[in-house]
Design a protein around this ligand. Structure first.
Ligand code: SF4
Ligand code: SF4
Length: 231
């Protein structure tokens, strides 16, 4: 067994900042419910919540993969987001999908060009039909990444995130993973070491790819695991 546990190593990193306050308390309560303690130790859960000040790339991919399953289809993110931003290619992709002319669609949406190849469109989003997205297969990256990306940005600014009802659930999933790994470090250190080594080798294979591409592949991997676990 190495000297420091996985959580202690994370907390000792120079780029670590503790996650605390009202938002952290909400996530703690939810994590406790998910873990149905015992056997997981409460001090591990507390530490795992505080450790959310630093979230790893593989964990971001994990929550992006889970969010689709947890989504409550409430449509809130299609009506109440501050900015709904499309890249030009994304808007063109939607136009092709709907078989309408790109310029016509842009005018219909009153898409405001931002001067950097992106457009802001008015809300509620015109593609929302009965709380469902009518262009789901070609929705823009800002929608594919939601709520994980907005949640992480808010946390980076130290602001609680209240825009989506599943956001706390996603953070609690990371807490559960970390608390269980901490327990495993005590009970089955060799297995945990083998898991960490496999993850390291997998990440090494992806290291040369651009961040966006790497994240796509990691997310795909988690989504595939999710599917096989629920079959
Ligand atoms: S706000 Fe969250 S739960 Fe509601 S539709 Fe959007 S992603 Fe799903
Ligand atoms: S494109 Fe779809 S997912 Fe994105 S805001 Fe519009 S309706 Fe919602």
């Amino acid at each position: 067994m190495s000297e420091k546990s996985p959580l202690d190593r994370l907390l000792a990193r120079t780029d670590f900042k503790p996650f605390s306050g009202r938002h952290a308390f909400r996530v703690l309560e939810l994590s406790r419910k998910k873990l149905m303690m015992p056997p997981v130790r409460d001090d591990d859960v507390l530490k795992a919540v505080s450790s959310l000040g630093l979230i790893l790339e593989t964990e971001v991919a994990m929550i992006v993969a889970i969010q689709e399953t947890l989504c409550k289809r409430c449509g809130n993110c299609c009506s109440n987001r501050v900015h709904l931003r499309f890249r030009k290619e994304e808007l063109k992709g939607v136009a092709d999908y709907l078989h309408v002319e790109y310029k016509r669609l842009k005018d219909q949406l009153k898409a405001t060009p931002m001067g950097d190849g992106t457009f802001i469109i008015a809300q509620p989003c015109s593609f929302l039909r009965n709380s469902l997205c009518s262009v789901y297969p070609v929705r823009p990256g800002t929608c594919r990444g939601y709520p994980s990306t907005d949640l992480l940005t808010s946390m980076g600014r130290g602001a609680p995130f209240d825009g989506c009802p599943i956001a706390d659930d996603l953070l609690a999933e990371i807490v559960v993973k970390r608390a269980l790994e901490e327990q495993m470090w005590r009970d089955h250190p060799e297995e945990l070491k083998a898991m960490a080594e496999k993850r390291r080798v997998d990440l090494e294979k992806l290291a040369s790819l651009p961040e966006r591409e790497r994240m796509k592949l990691l997310t795909k991997g988690y989504a595939k695991n999710l599917q096989s676990n629920t079959r």
